[in-house]
Design a protein around this ligand. Structure first.
Ligand SMILES: Cc1cc2nc3c(=O)[nH]c(=O)nc-3n(C[C@H](O)[C@H](O)[C@H](O)COP(=O)(O)OP(=O)(O)OC[C@H]3O[C@@H](n4cnc5c(N)ncnc54)[C@H](O)[C@@H]3O)c2cc1C
Length: 544
């Protein structure tokens, strides 16, 4: 006789898994931003990518890539040093699809108007589901302006950088390449001028000796490395495999045991007579690599915005099917406030990210080039700082389940802080913003113009702009340390104002009005779920 079913095992009141959803077509802010910023031509491919990354198999691969972490294999079976890292097949599957769709270098291989917007959208769709692989993908995108400075290096490396094929092996003559960068040392990461690694000229080459304390994606084919020369800090391209097929010296000491970002290996490396090729003038390494960092900073905004979208999508999905105290959660007024507030944050981050991406296109006007210098730093500071809190609040919408590794938001919560730490930590970016404000009047004017033209549409933005103007005027006469003390406040005010401007000029009224009321108005709350009464919550939720 069959035993009676265990009533204690009845499973009820569960939301189905959020899988097999097209992550592009279901993301209203992304679809609208792509059209608004001149990348409508990419919709067909983005729709394909949206379907691919939303697929249950792909989502499973993303989960496994993080669970089955990369492992260092320093030696081969004979005891020869090989310094390789083994990744799980799930990671290879994710990154190979991402590269095939050009999330690394599509904006460079097809540089038409909107190219960076299309590439940003592709990058965001992949990073929404699997953020770890986005690190080497982003660095490969960002390395292009630096490599192009050196025609002989560009000739050899650019075809490989632009390739859409992915091959995890290291060998001479490989037709594709991914790049990393190695700047941070034990004694200092933000202050790279304190680097102790040295490079000595050897004919046409340089020999690099020293260490790097953080070097992510160590299986990349080449790295931009900062090292001291007699003329100051230089930037060098160090390949992992030399032309004759032998391995360049690249001793991986160990892999970092990280809070999140675990599918991506980050290593500690030593160089010992490692062959490098100069990129730019030897004494101007910071200037050379800053070109790269400018692009990776934008990708930090894109990556965080992608994470915010995942958070909103998962939270909104869950509360639609889960009931408590006699009502579905999404019908509970306070939960509606929380989800709508989270959605506004995601809308603003997505819109400003795409606006910035458009300013990075080859056809950007001088005003847009000036705009992107200040606005990218401002949003790198603010959007990345908002990421962890946003993820935390979203996972709480799933209750206890959100805190478990069975659901994707625990992973996201561990991922979000890294976007703020690398490519210039919060304070460093805030101080960089001050530098631009005092030294680059064209950038300040371009950002101001953007705010001024949108401020006609909303009194609160006009007030915010007046207050920013007053602070800027005050700053010019103040002691530098006092100005630095206040740098985060200024960065935050600029960031929120820019987000308001981009929403007022393109988002539906429900979104822009609620954003201005909750972020610029007097009723500004410090946590999520504090939207003031009267905002169009239904209008916001219908898009989430
Ligand atoms: C997962 C991960 C992967 C990474 N991958 C790479 C990589 O591939 N390549 C690479 O080169 N680096 C990499 N990094 C390193 C990263 O870029 C650095 O950790 C970062 O730049 C900060 O440098 P630091 O750790 O030396 O901190 P520090 O420079 O010592 O800074 C510590 C703190 O002080 C603050 N600070 C610094 N200067 C000032 C100031 N003047 N006023 C006020 N506050 C200040 C900073 O904002 C920071 O909060 C990675 C880091 C992580 C976490």
């Amino acid at each position: 006789m069959r035993p009676a079913p265990h009533l204690t095992h009845t499973v009820a009141n569960q939301a189905p898994d959020r899988v097999d959803v097209n992550e592009f077509t279901s993301h209203a802010a992304l679809v609208e931003g792509v059209a608004r910023f001149d990348a409508a031509w990419a919709v067909a491919e983005l729709t394909q990518v949206g379907e691919l990354v939303g697929d249950s198999e792909f989502q499973r691969a993303a989960q496994l890539a993080e669970r089955r972490e990369p492992v260092l294999r320093a030696f081969d079976r004979h005891g020869e040093r090989i310094d390789e890292v083994d990744y799980d097949d799930s990671y290879h599957r994710v990154i190979s699809a991402s590269v095939a769709h050009g999330s690394h270098t599509a904006a460079w291989s097809d540089p038409r108007p909107g190219a960076n917007v299309a590439r940003a959208a592709t990058f965001m769709l992949f990073a929404q589901v699997e953020p770890g692989h986005a690190c080497p993908v982003s660095m490969t995108h960002a390395v292009v302006p630096a490599v192009r400075q050196q025609p002989e290096l560009a000739e050899r490396w650019m075809p490989r950088i632009l390739s859409r094929s992915y091959d995890p092996r290291l060998y001479a003559g490989k037709p594709s390449a991914l790049f990393g960068m190695a700047m941070t040392e034990k004694q200092g990461g933000s202050d790279v001028r304190a680097n102790t690694t040295v490079a000595v000229r050897d004919g046409d080459l340089w020999l690099i000796t020293g260490h790097k304390w953080f070097c992510s994606a160590p299986m990349s084919d080449a790295f931009l490395v900062l090292a001291q020369t007699d003329d100051g800090l230089g930037c060098f391209l160090a390949p992992r495999v030399l032309d004759d097929g032998t391995r360049n010296v690249f001793r991986i000491q160990r892999l970092k045991d990280k809070l999140g970002n675990r599918s991506n290996a980050s290593s500690e490396v030593e160089f010992d007579g490692t062959v490098g090729y100069a990129v730019g003038e030897p004494g101007r390494g910071v200037r050379t690599i800053i070109e790269m960092v400018a692009r990776t900073r934008l990708d930090c905004v894109l990556g965080t915005a992608a994470g915010m979208r995942q958070c909103v999508a998962e939270a909104a999905w869950h509360v639609r099917d889960r009931a408590a105290f006699g009502r579905t959660l999404i019908d509970q007024p306070l939960m509606r406030n929380v989800i709508a507030d989270l959605a506004l944050e995601s809308e603003a981050a997505t819109a400003i990210a795409l606006r910035l991406a458009r300013a990075h296109d080859d056809d950007a006007s001088d005003a847009d080039v000036a705009f992107r210098r200040l606005a990218t730093a401002v949003e790198k500071y603010y959007v990345c700082k908002r990421g962890p809190g946003h993820a935390y609040e979203a996972l709480e919408c799933l209750g206890g389940n959100g805190y478990t590794e069975d659901y994707p938001l625990a992973r996201r919560y561990r991922e979000q802080p890294v976007m703020a730490v690398w490519e210039g930590s919060g304070n460093v970016i805030a101080l960089d913003i001050l530098r631009v404000l005092s030294r680059e009047p064209d950038s300040v004017a371009a950002v101001r113009d953007e705010l001024a033209s949108a401020s006609h549409a909303d009194r609160r933005l006009a007030d915010a702009l007046r207050s920013i103007d007053a602070r800027l005027a005050q700053a010019s006469g103040r002691d530098a340390d006092d100005v630095a003390f206040d740098a985060r406040r200024l960065a935050e005010d600029l960031a929120i104002a820019l987000q308001a401007a981009v929403l007022l000029t393109g988002a539906p009224d429900a979104v822009s009005e609620a954003f201005c009321a909750s972020r610029l108005g007097v009723e500004r709350g410090s946590l999520y779920g504090t939207l003031p009464a009267g905002v169009d919550v239904a209008g916001i939720l219908s898009r989430a």
